[in-house]
Design a protein around this ligand. Structure first.
Ligand code: NAD
Length: 494
């Protein structure tokens, strides 16, 4: 039996699922342990949703959609509710940040300065958009009024990953709710706490019962039940490509529910020979691969750099990475917390071992550290001399591991950037506007950042080409569209 974690006294942890606006136990009273990855100890026991609980949540969400006030109120009224919800999340940001730090091992400074502000801003932005999106009249003849109207798709299941739990919940909830749908959130089994708390805050904010339901539990049970449930109209999924594929199968085997997938990436960071300031490039490169321990779908884990500046740039990145404190995620100085769980750390270490075996040159790191804590820490790791054929250049590691590759011509750089099954994000650094524009157009990815590492902001769509995504985009007004049906109303005036 594992020891219970002392840190859980830092915040009050809610552990029950939320159905119809109320915290409830699982129908069969089952719970599962959630673990603190910084010390391997049990943080709390969470109610474990079975098919029966998913069915209860669907009934509550259906009732709220089919009979309740939420889809029937004016967009301006929904806006007011959602703004109140965002303000409550903001008021509880410190507590939510601590939950994420304890349960996901995320550095508390990142949680406080990035994740929670973005969570609040996301709900606020979509709330504000609710009453500013217009329907259309089509250019039909004078004998007809032809309207193209948007209607909420209905009950939406949101399947969440563990790397940005609150932020991913907000990316889904903002547009789902602003468009008038009701939601069933399934947090990743590693990180239920902040999502449950967000469900409680929705009730405190006065959102009608059943508008947000939270069913914590395992993918193969609760996730699958959501994928197959005929009472769910749409699933918004963020997670691995492998699991994303399953949701397409679930939809095919059930009610052809709409499926929106945000999946993995193996993203390139391309540096041309004409860059003006190598220190700035090194700052962005370090951040892009090591931020959030590399457990980030848009992590730029492939550094594709011109041969002439490779040694200088790699040295600068290594210098910076040595300064990133690997430590207790609840300590404000920590930049690198633990991997999410033992099995994931083992996978990251296995990727490191494979890179060595394939002949890549280890420049920095490469080991588990802080073993005495019982936590799952891996130090920032850099491999030089990586070829396109090596596993490290092809598979998503989802850890703090950088693969360095070199090129001689811009065309070669673009070909290397595109030599991947994924297409989520990319960065291109160059002193030439012409090269920047050429590369930004030629790289097949949902986001291409020029002379910076970033994903844009809430106003820009986020999603992937190829195996990185399917069906739609998170963030921006595009996210509202994907949770709406489009209806034609054709009125004959003759
Ligand atoms: P995962 O696919 O293992 O899990 C994601 C979710 O799917 C979890 O809620 C899980 O319980 C559920 N799930 C797992 N197996 C299932 C099954 N058989 N049936 C139904 N549901 C199931 O992914 P993860 O390990 O939690 O997250 C990491 C992955 O997410 C990485 O590949 C990363 O790139 C990706 N990701 C993508 C984005 C994006 O916006 N594109 C953002 C964050 C993470």
């Amino acid at each position: 039996m594992q020891k219970t974690n002392d840190n859980c006294s830092l915040v009050k942890l809610s552990t029950r699922m939320i159905i119809g606006g109320r915290p409830v136990e699982a129908a069969n009273s089952k719970t599962f342990d959630t673990i603190n990855p910084a010390n391997g100890q049990v943080l709390a026991q969470i109610s474990e949703a079975s098919e029966k609980d998913v069915d209860r949540a669907v009934k509550a969400a259906r009732k709220a959609f089919d009979e309740g006030p939420w889809p029937r109120m004016s967009p301006a009224e929904r806006k007011v509710h959602l703004q109140r919800f965002a303000t409550l999340i903001e008021a509880n940001a410190e507590e939510l940040a601590m939950m994420e730090s304890l349960e996901a091992g995320k550095p508390i400074t990142d949680c406080m300065e990035i994740d929670l502000p973005e969570t609040v801003n996301t709900i606020r932005w979509h709330a504000e958009a609710a009453d500013k999106i217009y329907d259309q009249l089509s250019p039909s003849g004078p004998g007809v009024v032809s309207m193209i109207v948007r209607e909420p798709v209905g009950v939406v299941g949101a399947i969440l990953p563990w790397n940005f739990p609150a932020m991913m919940a907000a990316w889904k909830l903002g547009p789902i709710l602003a468009s008038g749908n009701t939601a069933i959130l399934k947090p990743a089994e590693q990180t239920s706490l902040s999502t449950i708390r967000i469900g409680e805050l929705a009730a405190e904010a006065g959102l009608p019962d059943g508008v947000i339901n939270v069913v914590p539990g395992f993918g193969e049970v609760a996730g699958k039940a959501i994928g197959l449930h005929p009472g769910i109209d749409c699933v918004g999924f963020t997670g691995s490509t492998e699991t994303g594929r399953l949701f397409l199968k679930y939809a095919a085997d059930s009610n052809l529910k709409r499926v929106l997938l945000e999946c993995g990436g193996k993203n390139p960071f391309v540096v041309m020979a004409d860059v003006e300031d190598l220190d700035t490039v090194a700052d962005h490169a370090t951040n892009s691969v090591f931020w959030n321990m590399g457990e980030n779908c848009s992590s730029n884990s492939r550094l594709i750099v011109h041969k002439s500046i490779k040694d200088a740039l790699v040295e600068k990145i290594a210098e910076r990475a040595r300064d990133w404190v690997v430590g207790d995620p609840t300590d404000a100085a920590t930049r690198i917390g633990p991997m999410i769980e033992q099995a994931h750390m083992d996978k990251v270490l296995e990727n490191i071992a494979a890179a060595k075996k394939d002949g890549a040159d280890l420049v920095l790191g490469g080991k588990q550290v802080r073993k005495d804590t019982g936590g799952f820490f891996v130090e920032p790791t850099i491999f030089d001399g990586v070829s396109s054929k090596m596993r490290l250049a092809r598979e998503e590691v989802f850890g703090p591991v950088l693969a360095v590759q070199t090129f001689e011509t811009p065309e070669e750089a673009i070909a290397m950037a595109n030599d991947t099954e994924y297409g989520l994000a990319a960065s291109i650094f160059t002193g030439s506007n012409k090269t920047a524009h050429m590369a930004a157009r030629a790289i097949k990815a949902g986001t291409v950042a020029v002379n910076c590492y970033g994903e844009g902001d809430i106003t820009t769509p986020f999603g992937g080409y190829k195996l990185s995504g399917f069906g739609g985009r998170d963030k921006s007004l595009s996210a509202h569209d994907q949770y709406c049906e489009q209806k034609t109303i054709w009125i004959d005036l003759s």
